[in-house]
Design a protein around this ligand. Structure first.
Ligand SMILES: [Zn+2]
Length: 244
């Protein structure tokens, strides 16, 4: 039924976001998601969020749908020929694209953490990506990328009007920390003294008064997630970021 759903065939440029460009083995080609296309694609596969719906498009259909190759700017993850996917990631691309994107977020966060804290290596050891992927492919990850976080504790994320983002997490000794998310230049001087000293091992403020800290943040926040498990909070950030 080629002409029954015109609004599915045409792009909504205002809300579309290019999230990733990925590639798979030729023998592992995936189906292009453009209605009525039906082609199998393996290089420069474009993952787009449009009206809160994720689409997996071949590069030709992407260019047709949005006008040209560069219509949506550069991808948040991958580029060029596309980030090569492992077998497990390819399965996620097909069956749970959202989970694949969350996995990319976690990898990026681990990379970011590794970049900002080069020393001492024993304190902050980003887990090898293969290990992260293995965990995600087998069981949903339940914990944060940070080793110091108290198991089963919840986190909350607040996006401030100045563009910075902060994650409140709890340490194993029950102390609360506020960690920049993502880490940015000058984060350790961005907040007033009420946020307490920097814990350089954890890469955040050690909060002397979590209530006062949250009150301050909420007064300066554009939005915040519901408090919850790491994965749920990341999902909420991803959906809010994609729709904003
Ligand atoms: Zn196509």
């Amino acid at each position: 039924m080629p002409e029954t759903e015109p609004n599915v065939l045409f792009a909504n440029h205002s809300t579309a976001k290019l999230l990733a460009i990925v590639s798979v083995e030729h023998s592992e080609r995936v189906r292009c998601g453009q209605p009525n296309c039906g082609h199998s694609v393996y290089r420069r596969i474009h993952v787009v969020r449009e009206n809160s719906k994720l689409m997996v498009l071949g590069s030709t259909c992407f260019a047709k749908r949005y006008g040209n190759d560069a219509a949506l700017g550069s991808a948040r993850f991958g580029g060029g020929e596309g980030k090569p996917l492992t077998q497990a990631e390819r399965e996620l691309l097909v069956n749970n694209t959202q989970a694949l994107l969350e996995q990319f977020e976690i990898e990026a966060a681990a990379l970011e953490a590794a970049k900002v804290k080069p020393t001492p290596p024993t304190v902050l050891q980003p887990r090898p990506f293969r290990a992260i992927q293995h965990v995600i492919a087998s069981v949903p990850p339940r914990e944060t990328p940070w080793e110091w976080v108290k198991p089963l504790s919840s986190v909350i994320f607040l996006k401030l009007k100045d563009g910075s983002g902060w994650m409140r997490a709890q340490r194993r000794d029950d102390k609360h920390l506020l960690v920049p998310w993502p880490v940015f230049e000058g984060w350790d001087e961005a907040l007033p003294p009420l946020f307490g000293p920097i814990d350089s091992a954890c890469g955040g403020h050690l909060l002397p008064d979590v209530i006062a800290a949250l009150r301050y943040l909420r007064n300066h926040a554009e939005w915040e997630t519901k408090p919850g498990r790491w994965r749920d909070v990341l999902t909420e950030i991803a959906s809010r970021t994609a729709s904003s």
